[in-house]
Design a protein around this ligand. Structure first.
Ligand code: NAD
Length: 484
């Protein structure tokens, strides 16, 4: 299959004639060829996005842009089979997960942002003036302009829509740089969004890599007004330097080293079910996944045994009735994850389960699989405890007091999310509020209402997305003061 760029309403190859392989991570086999956008195509995409702002799209009210978002949602639902094929080919995620979660939620995101924008309030005041008169002061919101959306590899459709939905609802135009690992969904969105918004140039896609490539060309382009990025913290720092030129606004959703705290009074069934999903879902390639679990000492051994049993349920492979643990997204990422496996046990901690590469036979022999892995007692200062691994693995450590565990959980440069497991309601609230993170769950994980604030503090991000928070980023406010 040939995967192309999407610029000003047309699918295009790159003018330099370069391409790269789209690989099935379960087999390592090439399943498509992606045409690279050169600097010229990135410039064309930005120019098309800029031009679209001066046409009918740029003059639309948010009532009309919201309707466009609703039409895009309908188009995603109509082309659900195509999205299912694209997502499964790129990620080899289970088909039922993609058809029941990614696609319906993707469409729902467009609808949610359309609804939120239609009720977004402005401010208005009658203000007394020094001369004894009055002024009427109110605000109007306008699109920010051309937005660059640089996207990661772990949830192709959802994380792209999470940016494009509010961008378009607020009347912006977008140039998307999808991850090089997952090029298909973004390409497919080209047609789908054009059908919904009915104007060329509003949505564009430039395929290629990050540094010295499409990602950098896009974020350095002076006609880009704002940059929204989801990905690794180091990449965010590189993009931030580019954004400084021209003082462009940024919204960053970055990495994490997320802790979970399990108190002795927790419902162990709930905690093990929730945390095994949190560690192993999507083969650990979830930004909100848990990589550190602190367990109160009286239930430590019981918890570890239950987690190890739960890990056995995640069978490496892509078939079977039980929850399966798919491959990591690329050979390069597997190498990175596997480099942590021996490092974790260097100073004597125990591998409780897993720890290497599983034996796989048949067509999947060449896939990028790793074993679900639990360590206990990795030293708190070890790099394995401090760096994001982004694989199906975590460290489990005992603790003795609430104050101690709050300090341990917060002892990280990241601040994305945490979870607290306890049947003591006051303690749940108290410890959740003490977590230095953007999102904290109590007795659950991954439960979201997309209208609420989402994001991280510290090295995990800048700004918040979700509902009105996304709309704030994608709009400029003008304060108008009328002397009466
Ligand atoms: P990544 O940073 O390697 O790549 C993300 C995107 O940035 C890709 O499209 C890549 O091509 C591009 N890129 C790379 N270098 C660039 C540069 N110098 N200039 C411009 N663009 C560049 O991230 P990834 O591996 O695709 O995704 C995994 C990471 O994303 C993890 O750290 C994970 O925690 C994080 N993530 C965070 C959230 C969140 O909401 N906080 C959600 C999903 C993933």
């Amino acid at each position: 299959m040939t995967i192309l760029n999407f610029i000003d309403g047309s699918y295009r190859e790159g003018s330099e004639g370069k391409s790269f392989s789209n690989v099935n991570p379960a087999t390592g086999a090439e399943i498509g060829v992606v045409h690279e956008a050169s600097q010229a195509e990135v410039e064309d995409a930005v120019e098309a996005a800029k031009a679209a702002l001066t046409g009918p799209w740029g003059k639309m009210t948010t009532a009309r842009t919201g309707q466009a978002d609703h039409r895009v949602a309908t188009e995603i639902e109509r082309r659900a089979d195509d999205f299912l094929a694209a997502e499964v080919a790129d990620t080899v995620k289970p088909r039922h997960v993609v058809s029941h979660i990614d696609i319906p939620r993707g469409a729902a995101n467009f609808r949610m942002f359309a609804d939120v924008v239609s009720t977004m309030p402005g401010e208005s005041f009658n203000t007394p003036t020094p001369d004894g008169g009055q002024a009427f002061i109110y605000t109007v919101s306008k699109p920010k302009g051309v937005d660059a959306a640089v996207c990661p590899r772990n949830f192709p459709l959802l994380l792209m829509i999470w940016k494009v939905g509010p961008e378009l609802a607020c009347g912006n135009t977008a140039v998307v740089k999808p991850s090089e690992e997952i090029a298909r969904t973004a390409a497919l969105l080209g047609d789908v969004i054009d059908a919904g918004v009915n104007h060329h140039g509003v949505f564009n896609v430039a395929q290629r890599f990050g540094p010295a490539s499409a990602g950098e060309f896009l974020t350095s382009n002076p006609d880009v007004d704002a940059i929204t990025f989801t990905g690794e913290t180091g990449t965010g720092q590189a993009i931030m330097q580019k954004a400084a030129t021209g003082v462009r606004d940024i919204s960053f959703e970055l990495g994490g080293k997320n802790p979970a705290i399990v108190f002795a009074d927790a419902d162990l069934d709930k905690a093990v079910e929730g945390l095994s999903r949190s560690v192993f879902l999507n083969t650990g390639q979830v930004c909100l996944g848990t990589e550190r679990v602190y367990v109160e000492r009286p239930i430590f051994d019981a918890f570890v045994a239950r987690m190890a049993a739960a890990a056995q349920d995640f069978k490496p492979g892509v078939t079977g009735d039980r929850a399966y643990l798919g491959p990591l997204i690329s050979a390069e990422h597997r190498e990175k994850v596997l480099a942590y496996y021996p490092r974790a046990v260097e100073d004597g901690p125990t591998v409780f389960t897993g720890g290497g590469v599983p034996e796989i036979s048949g067509a999947e022999t060449g896939g990028f699989f790793v074993e679900p892995t639990l360590w206990i007692d990795v030293a708190h200062g070890d790099t394995v405890m401090r760096e994001e691994i982004f694989g199906p693995c975590c460290d489990i450590l005992p603790f003795d007091s609430e104050d101690e565990v709050i300090a341990l959980a917060n002892d990280t440069v990241y601040g994305l999310c945490a979870s607290v497991w306890t049947e003591n309601l006051s303690r749940g609230h108290r410890v959740a509020a003490a977590m230095e993170v953007g999102v904290c769950w109590v007795n659950s994980w991954f439960l979201r209402d997309l209208r609420t604030a989402f994001g991280g503090s510290g090295h995990s991000g800048i700004g918040r997305e979700g509902g009105v928070h996304s709309l704030e980023f994608y709009t400029e406010i003008t304060n108008i003061c009328v002397k009466l």
